[in-house]
Each structure stands twice: as C-alpha cells, then as structure tokens.
Write a protein of this length. Structure first.
Length: 130
C-alpha cells in the first residue's frame, strides 16, 4: 500500500487529482509493476518514498520508486501507468498537454536512469506510430 499511496500523491501533484478525475471521467490504470523487497519494514517504521519519472508518452508514464526506512533502501518498485477515459467503456486516452508537459519536465535524464540500482527486467514504453 505504501507504493500505491505514493503513486496517488505523484498523480495529484502533476494534475491527475480528484477534481481532474471528476471533471474528465479519466483515471489512471496500472499496466505493469515490478517490486524488489530488500529489507523488512514494520508498520511503525518511518518510511520515505522517492519517486522518479523515467519515461512518458501521450498515454503512459513509467515510474521508479525507492522506499527508504531510516535512510536505508528497503524496497524498489517500477510501474507503467496508463491514462484511461472510463466512459462509455474504459479505453486509453491522450494525456492533456499541460499534464504531459509536467511529466516530461520531471522525467529523469536517461543517463541518470541507467545508474539506478535494482531495476526490473526490461520495462519500457515502446514507441509506435498512430
């Protein structure tokens, strides 16, 4: 649940907040996730999540999160998220330009992303033509 709450906070920060979801009928679906649990954490532990955006395109974004307990790495998660319009039936939808710009601005340079430890097996946003 800790990673899930951190994803929610990041989505709110870039503009996918409750008001946006209510106004547009759009939300975010998790397409794929990979986690590495490196150390045990307890309910009372003080945890911090560091979130990085590794990549994004017009409909998806790729997150890398590190869970730290007292400054020590306890877990790592990678997530591919999809922007979805829910009606009339759920389907992928373009991310609004202003939110896409925020995601692109926050994207970690590829050289820095390559230095991250405990990366999952290959997980990328494949580019295809529309």
């Amino acid at each position: 649940m800790v990673f899930s709450h951190a994803v929610d906070a990041m989505q709110d920060e870039v503009g996918f907040d409750a008001e946006y979801r209510a106004r547009t009928g759009c939300t975010i679906y998790l397409l794929e996730d990979h986690k590495y649990y490196l150390k045990e954490v307890k309910e009372a532990d003080h945890l911090r999540i560091e979130t990085r955006i590794l990549n994004c395109d017009e409909k998806r974004f790729h997150l890398h999160m590190e869970m730290l307990r007292d400054g020590d790495l306890a877990a790592v998660g990678e997530f591919i998220e999809l922007h979805v319009r829910q009606k009339p039936s759920p389907h992928a939808a373009l991310i609004p330009d202003e939110i896409l710009q925020r995601l692109q601005t926050a994207t970690l340079p590829s050289g820095d992303a390559a230095e991250l430890k405990h990366r999952s097996r290959s997980m990328t946003i494949a580019r295809n033509s529309r």
